[in-house]
Design a protein. Structure first.
Lengths: 130, 20
């Protein structure tokens, strides 16, 4: 079987699916002051698994929107205006859907794959671990 | 009632990979 390290270099997805990989990448992002992008990515995954009939789900959708999207945070800056408008309108109309953050998550993931993930694989945090 | 921050943290933690 692949070693964890071999999996980490395979894709961002495999890195984030591994506990040690995800935590090490998080430490790296904290240092780079962009840990919000990763927390947002995990929040989207967590949200997708929530029960739409649970009143908590709307509150979580609002919390995600408030924390990462409506302000001028690093996540918000990396999202397309249309994506943000779509989420804002869904929340306003209280039309909550499991996939309402999927587009935003995909956009954030692409940016992470192109930037942070590549930087991580050459960072001293990663190399020291290896 | 949980605060918004708690709900958000709970949501993030639920998606983090667990030790196998």
């Amino acid at each position: 079987p692949d070693s964890p390290l071999a999996r980490w270099t395979k894709s961002l997805h495999s890195l984030l699916g591994d506990q040690d990989g995800a935590y090490l990448f998080r430490t790296f992002l904290e240092r780079e002051k962009c840990v919000d992008t990763l927390d947002f990515w995990f929040a989207c995954n967590g949200f997708r698994q929530m029960d739409l009939k649970d009143t908590k789900t709307l509150r979580v959708a609002k919390a995600i929107y408030k924390r990462y999207i409506e302000n001028n945070s690093i996540v918000s800056k990396q999202l397309k205006p249309a994506t943000k408008t779509y989420i804002r309108d869904s929340i306003k109309k209280q039309q909550i859907d499991s996939i309402m953050f999927d587009q935003a998550q995909t956009e954030i993931q692409s940016v992470m794959e192109e930037n942070a993930y590549q930087m991580f694989l050459t960072s001293d945090i990663y190399l020291e671990y290896v | 009632i949980d605060s918004e921050d708690d709900l958000l943290q709970e949501c993030i933690s639920s998606a983090m990979p667990k030790k196998k």
